[in-house]
Design a protein around this ligand. Structure first.
Ligand SMILES: Cc1cc2nc3c(=O)[nH]c(=O)nc-3n(C[C@H](O)[C@H](O)[C@H](O)COP(=O)(O)OP(=O)(O)OC[C@H]3O[C@@H](n4cnc5c(N)ncnc54)[C@H](O)[C@@H]3O)c2cc1C
Length: 415
């Protein structure tokens, strides 16, 4: 691919930079952040909403989405350019990654015109926030094994069950929900996809405190929650196909970050930190470790350019997004661990009042295991790469073709 912008792309980039310069502050060296970048307090949510509204009013929100709903109708390549430039500025922590990255594209792809009109404009303007209600205590990697149910009653569906790890549920207005509507067929065939009102009676949200001290995700319980049938997105029993759209968008949006900013932050940190009266970055051992990270980061960057090539030629990116997330998350973890080592005893601090720079690295280090699990664990991504990139035989699937209700659960019977 040609690494330079076309004249049209350069003009678009200049326009984006001009707007960002006028409306946000540029990031400074050492301006590091939690890689999950999630909002966890009402103040952070208010800041994120104000920023989204500002972008929407100026035509910079959801730029690839159709103009008729408030998008800009821009190309995927322009979206890449916008994201590259926006990342250079300080912006509020995220509350729309799931709504804009996953729920919106699913409704645009599978929703009726009425459903799109009802939900997409308020997602773009940031008025309504969305979450993803997929994972359950016994269904994560094996999502199709989920047990929450919906039963038809007149024009409504009655939902019961539990979801877990629901990012941002405590701030959300709507959620995309996959539940079992038929346990008598094979597990992938009995699912249906809905949109649920997070303020409906019977929805109970309990925040979970994480190891990084944040409260980004939640348990969500459904007790006789009523969902009108006009909030069903898939045909009854075809929820898996719609879920795949959400999951493909999830992997792509998580993989897109790549985490290369962490490395630039590490170089800035090593330049600012002193070891034995000299900047740490002048130490041979430090330079060797950083050089090692840079080599890996360069490989990642070149791999991500393949995604860009696909986008610029109008093709959908392939399974290389899985490689980006797998390698990028491990690289971020190694870089954060090394930054903590450099800080010595202060490296384990989790008290921003004492030493903010060191604390950010510790917070970052504790957040990355989440990045290695969300949107497909390392092992699941390796399976994808093995099967779809290397053409190796698929995992053995013992429950294939068996009705969900007949899949054995619990310990084998002693009879
Ligand atoms: C920060 C964060 C945010 C999240 N946000 C959301 C959200 O908003 N909404 C939502 O629905 N979910 C969310 N999740 C949940 C996430 O999708 C699941 O955690 C993930 O799919 C893994 O499922 P699990 O936790 O049930 O682990 P399991 O699937 O039980 O996996 C346990 C272990 O077994 C391994 N394993 C599983 N299957 C295989 C296999 N076939 N081959 C080899 N190894 C395997 C896994 O790699 C892992 O090490 C979030 C998770 C995190 C960490």
């Amino acid at each position: 691919m040609d690494f330079n912008d076309t004249p049209e792309e350069a003009a678009f980039r200049a326009e984006a930079v001009a707007w960002l310069e006028a409306n946000a502050e540029r990031r400074q060296p050492g301006d590091t952040d939690n890689p999950l970048n999630e909002a966890t307090t009402p103040e952070m949510v208010a800041e994120a909403k104000a920023w989204q509204k500002k972008k929407a009013d100026a035509g910079w929100a959801c730029i690839t989405w159709p103009k008729e709903y408030g998008g800009r109708g821009a190309t995927p390549m322009q979206n890449v350019i916008w994201n590259e430039e926006q990342a250079k500025f300080r912006t509020p922590r995220d509350i729309y990654g799931i709504g804009i990255g996953m729920c919106g594209p699913t409704i645009l792809a599978h929703g009726t015109p009425e459903q799109r009109k009802r939900w997409i404009p308020k997602l773009i303007s940031g008025e309504e926030v969305w979450c993803q209600l997929f994972s359950e205590p016994s269904a994560g990697s094996d999502l199709a094994g989920l047990r929450s149910t919906a039963v038809r009653q007149g024009d409504d569906w009655i939902v019961n069950g539990q979801k877990i790890w629901t990012t941002g549920a405590q701030f959300c207005d709507w959620g995309v929900l996959v539940v079992r509507t038929d346990p008598t067929v094979a597990k992938h065939a009995g699912l249906t996809y809905f949109v649920v009102d997070m303020h409906a009676p019977g929805v109970e949200i309990r925040p979970i405190t994480q190891i990084n001290q944040g409260r980004g995700f939640n348990e969500v319980f459904f007790t006789d929650v009523r969902i009108p049938d006009d909030q069903r997105i898939s045909e009854v029993g075809n929820g898996w196909a719609v879920s795949i759209t959400t999951l493909m968008n999830e992997r792509q949006s998580i993989g897109a970050g790549g985490g290369l900013g962490a490395l630039e932050d590490l170089i800035d940190y090593a330049a600012a930190l002193e070891i034995d009266g000299r900047p740490a970055i002048e130490d041979g051992h430090v330079r060797e470790r950083i050089a090692d990270f840079v080599v890996k980061a360069r490989g990642l960057k070149n791999t991500s350019l393949r995604t860009l090539t696909a986008l610029s030629q109008g093709r959908m990116p392939g399974p290389e997004a899985s490689m980006g997330k797998l390698v990028g998350a491990v690289l971020q973890q190694e870089a954060s661990s090394f930054a903590m080592e450099l800080a010595g005893a202060a490296g384990g601090l989790l008290d921003a009042g004492q030493l903010p720079e060191a604390t950010l690295w510790a917070e970052r280090y504790l957040s990355i295991p989440g990045l290695r699990i969300a949107g497909g664990t390392d092992e699941v991504l390796r399976n994808i790469i093995a099967e779809r990139v290397l053409g190796l035989p698929p995992d053995a699937r013992a429950d294939k073709g068996i009705a969900f209700k007949d899949i054995p659960t619990g310990p084998p019977s002693k009879k």
